[in-house]
Design a protein around this ligand. Structure first.
Ligand SMILES: Nc1ncnc2c1ncn2[C@@H]1O[C@H](COP(=O)(O)OP(=O)(O)O)[C@@H](O)[C@H]1O
Ligand SMILES: [Mg+2]
Length: 401
């Protein structure tokens, strides 16, 4: 009896084998060696490229090297206020500080001076925050400085602050809330004081241009891992290793993929980790159900790709409005990796299938598509799909019409 399907397609799902990424892991270890934090980390790349999974992999590495780890996912953070962001940071960090006794109230210069034992619970942190005069950034700095004082007593080197989906954290001048500036200013300032708190931000490729546009100094403040598709031999490892024992022999109760099947999966995946897991899982299930009559099983590529269209692409496509779809179709038809707004504007004028867009409309829809995580703007101001192979999906849809 063949055993469970080992493959794990799905956001943030730990893969059975993490292929490639050796350089990133080594680079991260170097960042952990910093005595004074001069470099923080950005992990960026398209949807499904493996950012969240890599972030999760860094966590135990940091912990082994005597770092504390705190963090959260910023996916619900569009429009978050400065104080709300601070509270989220404090709530996360309270998980690691709340069991630590920090002595008596009066020593910290707040409270009534009685000698009650004091712990750094969320309530305590919040009280210090609210009791500190000045801007939100002054308040947050003060709390983080107090937390820093206890880190050496815990025998730890520092704290990693890791935030996923950080591209959703943006300043908003309309509501006069600048949470991204707050985060960057606070970390830059405390790092200058020698406090070893390191930022690790993960997100779609919009993230880095966002940061630089918000604070130019972030160009020097971050080391950037721009995650790419896996290389061909890494793809093969991602497919095959889960089916093998440590010594490379086939796992007894697992189905094995033929070299042809591995070739086909490698090619169909385009090297994108999510697609690798997806196609492998579907193939494994398909093979499991076929009766083993000794013949070589073939990968049902067409039906898998059809299913991938329905499950992965369609949901994202369906959420867009008609005009957004039209604009994305124009991008797909251009068959370029990235386009400028003025190129897009021109393309919409000559496209007989749609009502032309004005340049301002192009800009407006691109902005919305970025907020929806479908498009990103790179450093040179050009726009691309944030979902891998999305252009191909859109063109396949045109064929079907
Ligand atoms: N290095 C890798 N090797 C094999 N599979 C991977 C690798 N990185 C990610 N995956 C798989 O790809 C999918 C997407 O990973 P995820 O980290 O959620 O991507 P992202 O956060 O960039 O959208 C998951 O199913 C995960 O198991
Ligand atoms: Mg992710």
């Amino acid at each position: 009896m063949a055993s469970m399907n080992p493959y794990r397609p799905g956001a943030g799902q730990t893969p059975p084998y993490l292929a490639g990424r050796d350089n990133e892991l080594k680079e991260f270890d170097k960042l952990l060696d910093q005595e004074i934090i001069l470099e923080n980390l950005i992990i960026t790349g398209l949807r499904g490229i493996g950012k969240t999974v890599l972030l999760e992999t860094l966590k135990p590495r940091a912990i082994i090297q005597d770092w504390l780890w705190t963090g959260d996912e910023f996916s619900q953070s569009l429009g978050i206020s400065e104080d709300r962001l601070s509270m989220r940071i404090l709530a996360d960090i309270a998980f690691i500080t709340s069991s630590v006794q920090i002595g008596e109230r009066s020593k910290l210069g707040f409270g009534t001076g009685d000698s009650e034992k004091q712990y750094l619970t969320f309530d305590t942190l919040k009280r210090i925050y609210e009791g500190t005069p000045g801007l939100s950034s002054d308040k947050l700095k003060k709390v983080l400085e107090i937390i820093w004082e206890i880190v050496p007593h815990l025998g730890k080197k520092g704290i990693v602050f890791a935030y996923d989906e950080a591209q959703t954290l943006v300043d908003n001048s309309k509501s006069e809330q600048f949470p991204l500036s707050l985060l960057l200013d606070v970390f830059q300032s405390i790092q200058r004081k020698g406090i070893r708190f390191m930022l690790v931000l993960t997100g779609l490729p919009t993230l880095q241009p966002n940061l630089v546009a918000t604070r130019t100094y972030t160009e020097r403040m971050f080391n950037v891992f721009m995650l790419q598709q896996l290389k061909e031999d890494e793809v093969r490892d991602a497919i095959k290793v889960p089916l093998l024992n440590k010594d490379g022999t086939p796992k007894k109760d697992m189905i094995q993929f033929s070299p042809n099947a591995v070739d086909l999966i490698t090619k169909s995946s385009g090297g994108y980790p999510y697609f690798i897991q997806y196609i492998c899982r579907e193939t494994y299930d398909a093979f499991l159900q076929k009766k083993d009559n000794g013949e070589e099983l073939s990968v049902p590529v067409d039906s898998i790709m059809q299913k991938l269209d329905n499950n992965f692409f369609y949901g994202r496509w369906a959420k867009a409005t008609d005009r957004e779809k039209e604009l994305m179709t124009v991008i797909a038809k251009s068959e370029q990796d990235s386009v400028t707004p003025s190129q897009l504007f021109k393309l919409t004028q000559g496209d007989g299938d749609i009502k032309p867009f004005s340049l301002a409309q192009v800009g407006g829809y691109l902005k919305k598509l970025i907020e929806e995580g479908l498009i990103y703007k790179d450093k040179r101001g050009k726009y691309s799909f944030a979902v891998p192979l999305f252009g191909g999906y859109i063109l396949r849809g045109l064929d079907r019409k």
